[in-house]
Design a protein around this ligand. Structure first.
Ligand code: FA5
Ligand code: MG
Length: 460
């Protein structure tokens, strides 16, 4: 049984993507509105803010230590996207509510980590021809069924990076002090900075953020973590410095708030310990990347058993938003000259919003079907699953880029019937023009109908 109530939006029995043909099945959930984004390759478009941001970040991870790569085809196996990385069978990321499936065994990659193994194997293959290149960055478009708001879009770009160090092939733990010293020597090559970074947690925490003690010493991990954090802090500071220069040069001489950065603990199936880096931006903490010490089992399975290292994955749009002061993630896909003409290869300028059209808020309230099961894994309980991402997907399918955000504003359970009621507020607003009331009414009516038709809810 397919673990969501939404049917296969594809009527075809096969899908042709990037020149290959894939059979569809009951896992297929990728609509044409998503498929139409494949191949745009904004990160290769020299005058596009995403390409300018990519180059700036790549310059922080230069050769010969790093190769800078891109991966054009977003179609990957569930094996590479999940299994190889140690995602457990019941990880929510695997579910049809979170991931765009082409079919049972094939997805649109949900992160650039889908290519980790291939790049580790490449480092192993090039060990003798390019021994200095022990790291990489890779950029690619990634796809997720996710929330709708100014910093989330179903298609976005990630840059992944990793760096590995050699250890003795036999009994590396016995030599871990030497390995740590070698890594610390590399840390010293990274210029220091004087920005205050909040980092209240210990590098290693036995429960929340454990050492892979079968493989690593605490000393080695401290060294790798220091190298990782300092490299990424330097990258963010570089971005922020460029953004400040652009702000100072802009017509209004708009002043930039001081940079505020913090590290928080985070869990990924393929790192331990792991962290996320957040930047304070427009009154909120904005998550820009996840990272950590690579699971040694992954390295063992990827032809580099005798190395230790770090990896990170960042949201390119999130960084570009900071860099150019771009207020809404939908703008990156705009073909409007008023947007595109503001950017030039190699230059950072503060984005001047060309319009702010009125918001049009419309609420939709409904009762879930009596048998609905909410939260977490839908397989449990036997009822019809309800997942918020299905609401998002319906709104996205109808409103597309005319929807700025969708928020749950009310939720309660009827005391007698135990039925659950939800109320979502949809903000219809085009980036390019003022929507007429009729237009947004029409969109909203369609959303209401589709919620009933596909999720079986009862409108209130
Ligand atoms: C990952 O995708 C991990 N693969 C990152 C990683 C790589 C961790 C290597 C460890 C080692 P996460 O799901 O947090 O992690 O996404 C990474 C970044 O992508 C986020 O920090 C955020 O900046 C960005 N991001 C996530 N979802 C969206 C979205 N819907 N729209 C735009 N950006 C997003
Ligand atoms: Mg995250």
């Amino acid at each position: 049984k397919a673990p969501t109530t939404l049917p296969n939006p594809q009527q075809q029995s096969t899908l042709k993507l990037e020149g290959d043909t894939y059979p569809t099945d009951q896992w297929t959930n990728t609509p044409d509105t998503i498929l139409s984004h494949i191949g745009r390759r904004l990160y290769l478009d020299d005058n596009h803010p995403l390409a300018i941001t990519r180059k700036l970040i790549e310059s922080q991870f230069p050769s010969p230590s790093f190769g800078n790569y891109s991966e054009k085809n977003p179609v990957v196996s569930t094996r590479n996207n999940f299994d190889v990385l140690g995602f457990p069978a019941d990880h929510p990321g695997r579910s049809r509510t979170d991931t765009y499936y082409v079919n049972d065994k094939t997805v649109l990659r949900t992160h650039t980590s889908a290519h980790q193994q291939a790049y580790f194997q490449q480092i192993a293959r090039n060990e003798h021809t390019r021994p200095e290149e022990t790291g990489y960055t890779v950029i690619a478009d990634v796809y997720r069924r996710d929330a709708i708001d100014r910093s989330h879009y179903p298609v976005f770009h990630q840059m992944e990076g990793a760096m590995l160090w050699k250890r003795p092939a036999t009994n590396p733990l016995a030599a871990s002090a030497e390995t740590a010293a070698k890594i610390m020597a590399d840390v010293e090559k990274i210029p220091r900075h004087d920005v205050v970074v909040e980092d209240p947690n210990p590098t290693i925490h036995a429960q929340r953020n454990p050492l892979q003690d079968k493989h690593h010493s605490a000393e080695e991990v401290e060294a790798v973590a220091t190298h990782l954090k300092r490299s990424l802090e330097r990258m963010v500071i570089k971005i922020f410095t460029e953004a400040s220069k652009a702000a100072a040069a802009s017509s209004g001489g708009a002043e930039q708030e001081p940079l505020k950065v913090r590290w928080i603990e985070a869990y990924f199936p393929f790192t331990s310990p792991g962290w996320e880096l957040e930047v304070f931006w427009q009154d909120e903490w904005l998550e820009i990347l996840g990272c950590g010490i690579i699971k040694q089992d992954l390295l063992i399975n990827s032809d580099v058993p005798d190395r230790i290292g770090w990896a990170f994955g960042l949201g390119l749009e999130r960084i570009a938003m900071l860099l150019f002061n771009i207020p809404d993630i939908r703008l990156f896909w705009s073909r409007d000259e008023r947007f595109l003409s503001q950017f030039r290869a190699g230059q950072v300028a503060r984005f001047e919003p060309f319009s702010k059209h009125p918001a049009c808020y419309k609420d939709v309230a409904f009762w879930l079907p009596p048998s609905a099961v909410t939260g977490g894994n839908s397989a449990a309980g036997g009822g019809v699953p309800f997942h918020e991402n299905d609401v998002m997907e319906i709104v996205r399918g109808i409103g597309g880029d005319l929807v700025e955000d969708v928020t749950l504003i009310d939720e309660f359970t009827h005391p007698k019937t135990s039925r659950k009621s939800m109320c979502y507020r949809i903000n219809y607003r085009s980036l390019e023009r003022t929507l007429t009331n009729e237009e947004s009414n029409e969109l909203h009516l369609k959303v209401r109908e589709k919620l009933v038709g596909e999720l079986g809810v009862e409108l209130r």
